[in-house]
Each structure stands twice: as structure tokens, then as C-alpha cells.
Design a protein around this ligand. Structure first.
Ligand SMILES: [Zn+2]
Length: 243
């Protein structure tokens, strides 16, 4: 597993700090991204229910899972962290009713206050704002996603992030494009470092195949033969939230 972004490595790693090809070729602006688990099975179902069925009671157990993800950073990240949920645009907020990342972050912080009282984590849900509407990233190539995400964020008050060590929170990390864009915006505003914690890590779509949609739908079939959902291609399109 890549120490920087958590993606699966194609070959056995020589060390536990090995980096994947993507992180070697284009080092991300964030220091490290961690996830609690791989995006499949019951976790995928739970995230899906949380996001699309708006099952808010799931926030608490998912928040505890996110807390477990964050604790992977205990030996590396600073103890004082500004916790910034990846924002969604207001128009999307109206559609889904709440920002899941913000709710998850609040639940995770509540759990960490009990288990890691020395950690000083301050939630800053308004620090990072969506600057403009970004189309649903499903169906876009990685390059189109990057272009889509360029200048996707802005900082509400640079003095609030200047010099701070920031922990970005989101549901899922797939290509890392959203995390890169958000981290870049935070660093340009003067943040000292940016760390990323998500619930789940989805396998980065292969860059070797020309048809990203066909490839992704195919991945679902191959990697999850037990998948009980009747429309895997549509499901997967839904499952590409902001990353
Ligand atoms: Zn990597």
C-alpha cells in the first residue's frame, strides 16, 4: 500500500513507506492520506446509505470508523490540527440535505476527544468553501477531473488557516484529485501542512485503458462478484462522490 495516498501497489513494497507510481511522478501537496478501509462490501453499503438514503444515524458508527482512520496519523501529524471537512457546493447541499463530511468529522472528533484527549482537534467547517459548481465527476477522465477541480475551492478567511496544520476529511478517496486541489488551496493560503483522512479508499481507476467508464464498471464486476446490486454501472456512478 502506498504510504502517501493509500492506494494499492502493483508490486510488493520494499519498505512500509513505499510510494505508488502516481505519488512518485506527481507528489501530492498533502503530507499523507489515510483511510479506515477499502471501499467495498459492507462499508460501501453503509457509505451509500449515509450519502444517498440520508440515514443520519449511521453517522455515529461511521464517525468512529473515521476516528480510527485518523489515529493512523498519530505518530506523524501534529497534535494541534485544524479539521476541515471537504465542502460541497450549496446547490448540492440543498439536494442531499447535509454535508456528510462535516457530520462525520464532528462524530469522529467526539470519539477522539475520549480516546485521544491529548490531541487538540478544532473543527473548522467554514474554512474551505466550494468556489463554483463542479459537475459530478463520474464519467470524467482523470485529466477532466483535474481540470474540473482547478480552483474548485477558496478559503473563507486566510488568517484562520495561516500557519495551521490541517486535517482534511472526506468520505472516500479515489483518484485523490479533490484532496490535491483542496490541499493546494489550503497551502497557498499559508497552511503549514495538510493531512487527509477518509472513511474509505477506492482503488484508483486504471490510467492504461481508454474507456474509463467501461473500465470502472468492469472493475465492479471483477472485484465484487457477490455484488447484489442490480445496476453496477449506475451504482458506481453514484459512488464517485467528490473524489
Ligand atoms: Zn500514492
Amino acid at each position: 500500500m502506498c504510504h502517501c495516498c493509500g492506494d494499492a501497489l502493483n508490486a510488493p513494497a520494499a519498505s512500509d513507506r513505499a510510494h505508488c507510481r502516481a505519488c512518485r511522478l506527481a507528489p501530492p501537496p498533502f503530507a499523507r492520506a489515510v483511510a479506515a478501509a477499502t471501499y467495498d462490501g459492507r462499508l460501501r453499503d453503509a457509505i451509500h446509505a449515509f450519502k444517498y438514503d440520508k440515514l443520519r444515524p449511521i453517522a455515529r458508527p461511521l464517525g468512529r470508523l473515521l476516528a480510527a482512520s485518523i489515529t493512523q496519523l498519530a505518530d506523524e501529524a501534529q497534535q494541534d490540527l485544524l479539521v476541515v471537512p471537504v465542502p460541497i457546493h450549496r446547490s448540492k447541499y440543498r439536494g442531499c440535505g447535509f454535508n456528510q463530511a462535516r457530520l462525520l468529522a464532528a462524530e469522529a472528533l467526539a470519539a477522539l476527544r475520549r480516546t485521544h484527549p491529548a490531541w487538540r482537534l478544532a473543527l473548522a467547517p467554514q474554512a474551505l468553501l466550494r468556489q463554483r459548481f463542479t459537475e459530478s465527476p463520474s464519467g470524467l477522465t482523470p485529466r477532466q477531473r483535474r481540470l474540473n477541480l482547478r480552483r474548485a475551492f477558496r478559503i473563507s478567511d486566510p488568517s484562520a488557516v495561516s500557519g495551521k496544520d490541517v486535517l482534511l476529511i472526506d468520505n472516500i478517496l479515489t483518484t485523490g484529485a479533490t484532496a490535491r486541489s483542496a490541499a493546494k488551496t489550503l497551502l497557498e493560503a499559508g497552511a503549514h501542512s495538510v493531512w487527509v483522512a477518509t472513511l474509505a479508499r477506492a482503488r484508483r481507476p486504471s490510467l492504461l485503458h481508454p474507456g474509463p467508464n467501461a473500465q470502472r464498471a468492469g472493475n465492479i464486476h471483477r472485484s465484487q462478484p457477490e455484488n447484489r446490486h442490480p445496476q453496477p454501472a449506475r451504482m458506481f456512478a453514484h459512488d464517485q462522490p467528490s473524489f
